[in-house]
Design a protein around this ligand. Structure first.
Ligand code: CP3
Length: 319
């Protein structure tokens, strides 16, 4: 999950000086931002500071942030011709070389002390930004493409899938211990179409990575598909906060670990509440194997540092 961000004063200072996109594109700055949360808190893993939208950017559709919040893409893909006009996926390793460099820096900094996580968006989630032209409320355009011109939709998703495979292989070579795939908008797909719109492409990615390499799959709003997600080859399912994790644990196969899933909004309350809710989640998982404690989505800008401290203390001192 996103663990860097505006809730940290040292992040705000660096962002005020350089801006988000420059921090992402400069390996030394990206490595520094990645390490900020791990300097303050006793975390077991460092997640690379980057963004899922670097893949659309490498394919020729850049991104910016809207003043009112959310993402604006440079342009939106309106049909087959725009999809055919994207940069070739072979351009990805060179255009995103800075990501590999940031990971290599982090790998040598962290050595074996903590896990290093790489990540990317799912093909479906990236396609929503590219076809909608940014953040969306109803996903009407990308759904229209899916239902009206399936061959063009498949062309785009196939291209994103191949780009992500190349990208993840580069991250693995640069020292990532695991890769997390964010299907953040998987929950926007009609249930019976989740397989065709999203899951089959994720399965293709997992199958193309080195045998046994750990992939963590996060879906937002995809609780109904957790069992199907468990059969993609992913070793860990990262579960959003709307689910009861103990029920998820009972329903998914034992050879798949579950990760999650505290509601990040709890970190905007008080340290006592953060501690209590973390303990409640841990208690609900007592005796079940294969639980990685995590938030159920990315940390919010209004999170309080004291609440994160209380949370980490509650987890690391749990008996
Ligand atoms: O801790 C980390 O830095 C991890 C790196 C990370 C970022 N984005 C950096 C970031 C990760 C894993 C992401 C994933 C990401 N980016 C997703 C998937 C996960 C999820 O949250 O569902 C998505 C959908 C994006 C696209 C994106 N980037 C959004 C929707 C936003 C928020 C826009 C807004 O209105 O604030 C971002 C910005 C972003 N990416 C931030 C960070 C630290 C916050 C920027 C800031 O606070 O300055």
């Amino acid at each position: 999950m996103r663990q860097a961000g505006r809730y940290l004063p040292e992040y705000r200072a660096l962002k005020a000086e350089h801006g988000f996109l420059k921090m992402v594109r400069t390996p030394e700055l990206a490595a520094e931002v990645s390490l900020q949360p791990t300097r303050r808190f006793a975390l077991d893993a460092t997640i690379l500071f980057s963004d899922i939208l670097v893949i659309p950017e490498a394919l020729g559709v850049g991104y910016t942030f809207r003043d009112e919040g959310g993402i604006a893409m440079e342009r939106r893909l309106q049909g087959r011709a725009d999809i055919e006009g994207l940069a070739p996926e072979s351009a990805v390793p060179e255009r995103l070389a800075y990501v590999g460099q940031a990971l290599s820096l982090l790998r040598s900094e962290i050595a074996g002390a903590r896990a290093l996580l790489g990540f990317g968006g799912s093909p479906w989630t990236l396609a929503t930004y590219m076809v909608e032209g940014g953040s969306s409320e109803d996903f009407a355009r990308v759904k229209a493409l899916f239902y009206e011109d399936r061959p063009a939709f498949d062309l785009l998703l196939g291209k994103l899938t191949r780009s992500l495979i190349t990208y993840f292989k580069m991250q693995i070579q640069s020292g990532a211990d695991a890769i997390q795939i964010f299907d953040s908008w998987g929950g926007a797909v009609a249930g019976p179409d989740y397989e065709a719109a999203s899951l089959r492409w994720i399965r293709e990615i997992v199958a193309a990575l080195p045998e046994g390499f750990p992939v963590i799959l996060f879906g937002k709003g995809t609780g109904a598909h957790l069992v199907d997600q468990a059969f993609t080859g992913a070793r860990v399912l990262s579960v959003d906060w709307s689910n009861d994790l103990s029920i998820v644990r009972r329903n998914v196969p034992d050879n798949v670990a579950v990760q999650g899933n505290l509601d990040p909004a709890i970190l905007n309350t008080t340290p006592a509440i953060a501690r209590r809710e973390a303990q409640r989640l841990l208690e609900s998982m007592r005796g079940s194997a294969g639980h990685i404690f995590n938030l159920g989505h990315g940390i919010l800008p209004g999170a309080k540092v004291e609440c994160v401290e209380a949370l980490v203390d509650a987890v690391t001192s749990w008996k």
